[in-house]
Design a protein around this ligand. Structure first.
Ligand SMILES: [Cu+2]
Length: 122
């Protein structure tokens, strides 16, 4: 009896590890995407200079997602900084208007093939 309990406990522990998000979206049998409860990495303050824009990002579920979006945005030439919040789905970006524009930012997010961004209305 004790052995069965131990095996059950072990399989639950293993399942817990399997559910942990390695930063990649894994697709469950039902096609539903699993994500972790990773907190969003501590946000570095957005640089005050440059043009600021708020984007609404769809598809983010956890901190790993937010990090991917942030990496994509920072990869755009002219971007000075980005603060991405998976909870609110908002990405705030500071960029040099001479080098970047909102279309390039949105394209960079779309290039992840995982998330889509639109200019936030507010
Ligand atoms: Cu995620």
């Amino acid at each position: 009896m004790n052995r069965i309990v131990a095996i059950l406990a072990l399989s639950f522990a293993t399942a817990g590890v399997a559910l942990a998000c390695p930063g990649e979206a894994s697709t469950a049998a039902g096609g539903e995407k699993k994500h972790c409860d990773m907190p969003t990495a501590a946000a570095a303050p957005l640089p005050a200079d440059g043009k600021h824009v708020k984007l609404t990002v769809a598809g983010m579920h956890c901190g790993a997602c937010a990090d991917k979006v942030k990496t994509a945005l920072i990869g755009v030439d002219g971007v000075k900084g980005a603060v991405v919040d998976a909870t609110t789905g908002v990405a705030e970006v500071a960029f040099d208007e001479k080098k970047a524009n909102t279309d390039k930012l949105i394209a960079a997010v779309a290039a992840t093939n995982q998330f889509t961004a639109t200019v936030a209305t507010n």
